[in-house]
Design a protein around this ligand. Structure first.
Ligand SMILES: NC(=O)C1=CN([C@@H]2O[C@H](COP(=O)(O)OP(=O)(O)OC[C@H]3O[C@@H](n4cnc5c(N)ncnc54)[C@H](O)[C@@H]3O)[C@@H](O)[C@H]2O)C=CC1
Ligand SMILES: O=C(CO)COP(=O)(O)O
Length: 344
């Protein structure tokens, strides 16, 4: 096994949006002696972080610790970093990885914070990373859980999951991101952890639509519970672990995202439910709502595997203009009756 310094001098985070910046803050708060280098696409964002210790567009008045340093030059950020954390919109990852590949430390472990499925290939972000960078399973990890960035930036207590097939690597990453307000658990089920984070965004769109239409908590609980059932079916079909679905990256993230006005996916759904068109919603959203693009990929993957995902199917039908938001609930309720325990 590669010898890794327990506490590296530096780590790299690529993507200075709300979650990338917040995750950089978590590690920096946890380890003041570690320099956390953050790549911002726009030089003015890097400048604001270095000069004012703020990233106002994404994190308002949150003050970042002095050991978070930003640059708009990826080469400066990743040099000598044994851990490289990725937090860019899922659909943009693959082409960016191709240009970053020659710059990365050859021994670096790469972590995905992203919760999207690639359209066209239906690949999870860990799969895209392995393919594009040519890495083995033990060099790729995923962090996912009920992790609304703004709450964590405000140091509100939160738990999460570090998933890697190599337990030593997962524990190393977990130690690096354990802060007074952030508690990571480890899990070898990378597939289940990733699928939980991807599908909950689509389910949150559905809950948001129902909220926007003025429906109440029975409706929300129904969509969350049946959403978990279809997430579980997809996870099992992909070889993931049913137990992951009961954990932080499954039920935990689903509940947080479907309940919170901070969730971009929930917000996008609510705006659709209130009658805005998808174009109008996209214009209003200044941050990434992964479910809007990943929904189609999730449905394609489920179809390929013969997995029934009626909520995802109905949300995609709304997103693609096949049905109006008014038709979403009737369509789901008109389905053939079945036993609750049936997995298909
Ligand atoms: N914000 C949150 O609370 C959480 C987000 N996530 C996931 O983290 C990933 C990143 O999300 P956020 O940081 O929230 O997104 P965001 O919309 O706040 O920021 C995205 C960042 O990626 C950068 N970027 C790089 N290349 C880009 C390109 N080609 N097009 C557009 N933007 C580009 C943007 O400049 C921006 O800094 C997503 O997959 C999301 O699902 C996961 C957990 C929590
Ligand atoms: O993943 C998240 C919380 O765990 C953030 O959800 P949104 O992307 O919907 O804001």
């Amino acid at each position: 096994m590669t010898e890794r310094p327990d506490l590296p001098a530096t780590i790299a985070v690529l993507g200075a949006g709300s979650w990338g910046t917040t995750f950089a803050k978590v590690v920096a708060d946890a380890h003041p002696e570690v320099q956390v280098r953050l790549w911002a696409r726009r030089p003015e964002v890097a400048e604001e972080i270095n000069t004012h210790h703020r990233n106002a567009k994404y994190l308002k008045d949150i003050v970042l610790p002095g050991n978070v340093v930003a640059s708009a030059d990826v080469a400066d950020v990743v040099v000598d970093a044994p851990l490289v954390v990725l937090a860019v919109p899922a659909q943009t990852l693959r082409p960016q990885l191709a240009s970053w590949k020659p710059l990365l430390d050859p021994e670096a472990v790469v972590v995905s914070l992203m919760k999207g499925l690639e359209r066209g290939s239906d690949a999870r972000m860990s799969e895209v990373i392995k393919e594009e960078l040519g890495l083995s399973d033990d060099r790729v990890a995923v962090i996912s859980g009920p992790n609304l960035a703004m709450e964590i930036a405000r140091k509100e207590p939160t738990a999460s999951v570090v998933a890697c097939t190599d337990e030593d690597v997962a524990q190393w990453i977990a130690r690096l991101c354990t802060a007074a307000y952030f508690r990571p658990y480890t899990n070898p089920d990378v597939t289940g952890v990733e699928i939980g984070g991807i599908v909950k965004n689509v389910i949150a769109l559905c809950v948001g639509i129902c909220d926007g239409k003025g429906m109440g908590d029975n409706t929300k609980a129904t969509v969350i519970t049946r959403g978990l059932a279809e997430t579980t079916r997809l996870t099992l079909a992909l070889g993931g672990d049913v137990q992951t679905m009961a954990g932080l990256a499954g039920l935990g993230d689903l509940v947080a995202t479907c309940s919170s006005p901070l969730s971009r996916n929930h917000t996008a759904g609510r705006l659709l439910g209130e009658g805005l068109t998808l174009d109008e919603v996209s214009e209003q959203m200044t941050q990434t709502a992964e479910g809007i693009k990943s929904g189609r990929a999730v449905l394609d993957l489920a179809t390929k595997l013969g997995v029934d995902m009626p909520i995802t199917e109905a949300v995609v039908a709304v997103l693609e203009g096949e049905i109006a938001v008014e038709e979403l609930a009737p369509r789901l309720l008109a389905r053939e009756l079945k036993s609750e325990g049936e997995l298909q």
